[in-house]
Design a protein around this ligand. Sequence first.
Ligand code: SAH
Length: 400
Amino acid sequence: MPKKPAASAKHAGPSVKLSLRGATRLQGRHPWVYRSDIVGADDIAAGALVRVHDPRGKFLGSALYSSSSQIAIRMISHGSVDDLPALVAERVRAAIAYRKELVRNTDAYRIVFSEADFLPGLIVDRYNDVLCVQILTQAMDAAPVRDVILQTLRDELQPAGIVERVEARIRELEQLPARPSGLLWGEKSSTVVSMNGVRFHYDGFEGQKTGAFLDQRENYAAAAEYAHGEALDAFCYQGGFALHLAQKCSSVTGVDSSRPALEMAEKNAALNGRELEWIEANAFDLLRDYAAANRRYDTIVLDPPAFAKTKRDLEKALGGYKELNLRAMKMLRPGGILVTCSCSFHVGAADFLKVVADAAQDAHKDLRLVESRGASKDHPILLNVPETSYLQCLIFSVSE
Ligand code: SAH
């Protein structure tokens, strides 16, 4: 993270001392320290800015403290910080500038991605003229910090509305008072966005995540490059892949278990003047039935929810990915395109490739890797913070 010039060495404020393990972790440039690695601490208020020291008392930098999370501190600077709201404003402006350099062909993208933008606990997504904010930690929830976030976003982006999406469970875990989702500023909470020339409705109070899966935006365009013939988008949500595939394919079917998601998908299709088939079903069952009935496709997208939410789920998750991929491969015509995704952080790149390779073996198919992709550039991967890298999107050409 950017280093701030050390201000006054006398800077007051609570202090924490870390174990050697905690200090080593920070030296490895990971911003988190667990509570078990704090060996000495002043009496610290929830969400306070703290000064961090190694076991010998050497100053390591400044961090945000949580009184409830197992992740007790999240580093915010390797130097001294006198004015946290001012630093947050500067970081938000830097995050916006970073997107201006990198983001193309859309007005819907992530503006602030927590640790990856050196703003732990803050997510901000832009949906055209509506911004959606998620606040995940005590420090980011403090009134002066909230105020400066809103003010900076207003000054820099002039939105028509700023919506806050509250995840009740996260506030509970952070021991923050419950609060409803709602408009924080302005009057607009729904709008229309454009990704790669395809248009989507956005409603700040509906849907999953902050409303859309913006991390897949660049993968939609990549998938459309190779898509052809009859296409199936399994786990289609509001039609992100499906509507992109429709530009190239003779027919597209989207499958999801969520009726509200499919209703929005249908509206999105109408917005783009397209007709697609939407099926409300468990995608596992549907793929099994279609494979048994010898249905064939030329392009299949698999983008299931995270199967491995924790490390313990890994084996089961791999089994789920294998089954889906196996069935999809069996249904693909020669020369077909398989776009297969995992958003499980615990499923590493090698694990995922192995699962697809095992499925190919069982399906008696040869696969050529066309592209190996991750999240779109507005979800940066911070190299020494593995948690910022979670999405995989592999595109294969499948032959007999
Ligand atoms: N591809 C989508 C995102 C998919 S997220 C996009 O880019 O926008 C995962 C989706 O899987 C969610 O919409 C969820 O409703 C759906 N889902 C979860 N379990 C499912 C199941 N067993 N069968 C079908 N859909 C399921």
